[in-house]
Design a protein around this ligand. Sequence first.
Ligand code: FAD
Ligand code: PYC
Length: 419
Amino acid sequence: MPFSLLRLGLRGEGAFPLPPPLPLPLPLPGGGRKRRKVVVVGGGGHGLAAAYYLARDHGITDVAVLEKGYIGGGNTGRNTTIIRANYLTPEGVLFYKESLRLFEDLDRELGVNLMYSRRGHLTLAHTDAALRTARWRAGVNQFLGVDSRLVYPKEIARLCPQLNLSPGARYPILGALYHPPGAIARHDAVAWGYAKAARALGVEIYSDTAVTGVVVEGGEAKGVRTAGGVLEAEKVLQATAGLSSQTAAMAGLRLPITTVPLQACVSEPLKPFLDAIVVSGSLHTYVSQSARGELVMGGSADPAPLYSTRPTLEFKESLAANLLELFPFIGGVKVLRQWAGMADMTPDFSPVMGVTPVRNYFIDSGWGTWGFKATPAAGKYMAQCVASGEQPELLRPFALSRFGEFNLVGERGAASVGH
Ligand code: FAD
Ligand code: PYC
C-alpha cells in the first residue's frame, strides 16, 4: 500500500478532500434573479459541456443549466461509451476526430478520472458489401489523418484471439475495419466532470427543473417557462437528446427526427479477456469489457418509434444469439442489468447542431445512437455558436437547414448500431 494512502487512512474521518457537492435543486425563478444571459435546457453531457465551454472559452458565466431529472440521467448515463472517429463522410470524420482529440485530454482538463481507456475498435465484415464499406471508411479516415485500416483474419486473431474466426461459422469473418484509437470511458464521470468544472467557473445547475415552454416573441427566444415561472434569457440552447422534437416544438420548430428506444445490457463481471471493442453490423451486436470486467453489450435499435425506456426480452434473446456467434464460450455468462435510452434518429444519421430560424434559439440534437463520443466537441463548438450567434465552420455541415437544401451527411454506414 502506498504510504500516502496509509497516512490518509490513519488521519481519520474527513481527512480525504472530497470535491464540493453540486447545488441542491433551487426553485426557479424563486426570489432570485429572473434573467440569465444563457439558459441551457438539458443537463446531460452535451448541455453541461456547452455551459462549461461558454464560461471557459467565452467568459460567459451567467448561465443556468435546467435539468428535468438528475444530471447525466438521460442518454449520457445510459450509453455504452464507445468513442471513435472512424466515420464515413469527410464532414463526420473531421468532427469526431476533433471530439476524440478533446476526449484524450479531458481527465486533466476537468480534474476527474474518466477512466478513459484506449482499446482499439474492430468493425467486423461478414460480407463483400461490408468489406467494401470498411475499405471506403479506411480510405476517408486515412486521407483525413484518422488511424484506421483494413485487417484480415490472421491479424484479427492477433488483435482479438477470443473471436470465433472459424470459416465454418454461420457468418464467417472476412475482415474488419481496425481503428486503434477507439476507446471507452466512464460516462457518468463525463457529465459530472463537466458539471463540476462548469460550476467552478460560476455556472448554475438546477436538477429537478423541467422546462415546460419556450418564450418566443417576434421570432426571437426570450426565455423559458418552468413550474416556478418564467426565466428570461438572452439566448437559449436546447440539448435534450431523446426529447429534442418535443423541446423544439415548444419553440415552434419541427425537427426531421423520429425517436426509437435503444437498449443495452451488461453481464456479471468476468476476468479481463476482451481488450478490443468489437462491432458486427451484420450480426447487429457490439461488445466491450469494462474496467470492472462486465461485458457491455448492445444491438439494434427497437423497430418502431416510441418514447419509452422499457427493456424487452426480445432484445436480450436476439442479442444473446448473435453474440454467441462471435464468442461461443460465453454461453453460461449471466446478464446483470438491462436498460434503454431514447435515440433521436435523423434521416442521414448525423446530428443537428447550430442556429435555428428562431433568433437566439440554438439546437444541439439528433444524437441518435452516436452522441456520447461527441460530447466534448458538441459542447465546445455549440458554446462558440451560442456566444457568436453564428454557425462555426466545423458545424456548418450539421445545420438544421441542410434538410431543406438536400445537403445530407449520410453516416448510416458508420453507425455501428443496426437500424
Ligand atoms: P442526454 O444525456 O440524454 O441529456 C439530455 C437531458 O435533457 C436529459 O438528462 C433530460 O432529462 C433533459 N431534458 C429533456 N427534456 C427536458 C426539459 N423539457 N427540461 C429540462 N431538461 C430536459 N453514443 C456513442 O457515441 N457511443 C456509444 O457507445 C453509445 N451507446 C449508446 C447506447 C445506448 C443504449 C443509448 C441509449 C445511446 C447510446 N449512444 C452512444 C448515444 C448517446 O448516449 C447520446 O447521443 C448522448 O448521450 C446524448 O447526450 P446529451 O447530453 O445530448 O443527452
Ligand atoms: O456510435 O460507436 C457508436 C455506438 C456503438 C454503440 C452505440 N453507438
